[in-house]
Ligand binder design. Structure first.
Ligand code: PRP
Length: 216
């Protein structure tokens, strides 16, 4: 049997994913050692491998088949636009992609003004303004702490992830429009889904059953 390889987005999503997999009998003891510098972990019994990568790289590993299965946020899936199958909403990591800014920017979104939009997600931001709102905007790509942009005058609004809303509140900003809901998703390589159909379907069935139980 060949190995089934999982790519997990480092951080909270990976922790929650491993906890979920553990509940359906998929464990990886090696991975639990907090001091390890290893990058890839193996469960020989199950013939499975696991690795952690930067969230934005997960769709890349999966598209090329270096990983059969990935777990990553919907935000990254949309932004990266890779060829892969999104097979399941895992139901955690729930948040929203929103247009945010100071209350005074609300006006600018109504009129068809050319405004500047800062975001870590230029593809999502461009798609939202061009194709859904039909508003011409200038997108400015940032790499983090995007909330700074409207405060220091780099842009009028931002497109960013809102979870609790506390980052916005503490910086005098608010949600102006919602772009889409987000959560952790399971993605599968297109060839793997055919070649490893049985194993992957069993995994999806087990996960679906577990998630249903939990939501009862
Ligand atoms: C994310 C997001 C917001 C914040 C939202 O940032 O970009 O800044 O979390 O969460 P809240 O609504 O609960 O306050 P992250 O912590 O990933 O850091 P970054 O902005 O530097 O990428």
């Amino acid at each position: 049997m060949r190995y089934l390889t999982f790519a997990l987005a480092k951080g909270r999503l990976a922790k929650k994913t491993l906890a979920l997999l553990e509940q359906i009998g998929i464990t990886c003891e090696e991975m639990k050692d907090p001091d390890t510098r290893k990058l890839i972990f193996v469960n020989e019994e199950l013939k499975m491998k696991f690795f952690l990568s930067k969230a934005t790289d997960v769709p890349t590993y999966v598209e090329y088949g270096a990983a059969d299965i990935g777990v990553v946020g919907k935000d990254t899936i949309l932004e990266e636009g890779r060829n892969l199958y999104e097979v399941m909403d895992l139901g955690f990591g729930k948040c929203r992609m929103c247009v945010c800014g100071p209350a005074s920017a609300r006006e600018l979104l109504k009129k068809n003004e050319i405004i500047r939009v800062a975001s870590k997600y230029p593809v999502i931001a461009k798609d939202y303004f061009n194709n859904r709102k039909h508003q011409t905007v200038e997108i400015i790509k940032l790499n983090g702490s995007v909330e700074l942009a409207p405060i220091v005058g780099l842009s009028e609004v931002i497109v960013d992830i809102v979870e609790t809303g506390s980052t916005l509140r503490e910086n005098g900003l608010e949600v102006l429009e919602e772009v889409c809901p987000l959560s952790a998703r399971m993605v599968v390589n297109q060839v793997s889904l055919k070649m490893e159909n049985e194993r992957i379907h069993k995994l999806l069935e087990d996960l679906n059953r577990l998630i249903k139980e939990e939501n009862k």
